[in-house]
Design a protein around this ligand. Structure first.
Ligand SMILES: [Zn+2]
Ligand SMILES: [Zn+2]
Length: 47
């Protein structure tokens, strides 16, 4: 059993960050550090 959480978006990398909007655990590639959001929330965000 692995305790490592995988990225909720790509599912292939280790999740290191948590989206401040949806709470998804995502990897660095799927996280916008400037916005503190996952790429899903960041790309769907207006303004
Ligand atoms: Zn990812
Ligand atoms: Zn999100």
């Amino acid at each position: 059993m692995e305790r490592i959480k995988m990225c909720a978006i790509c599912g292939i990398k280790i999740a290191k960050y948590t989206c401040t909007k949806c709470g998804a655990l995502v990897c660095e590639d799927c996280f916008d550090k400037r916005k503190m959001l996952c790429i899903s929330c960041a790309s769907g965000l207006k303004a």
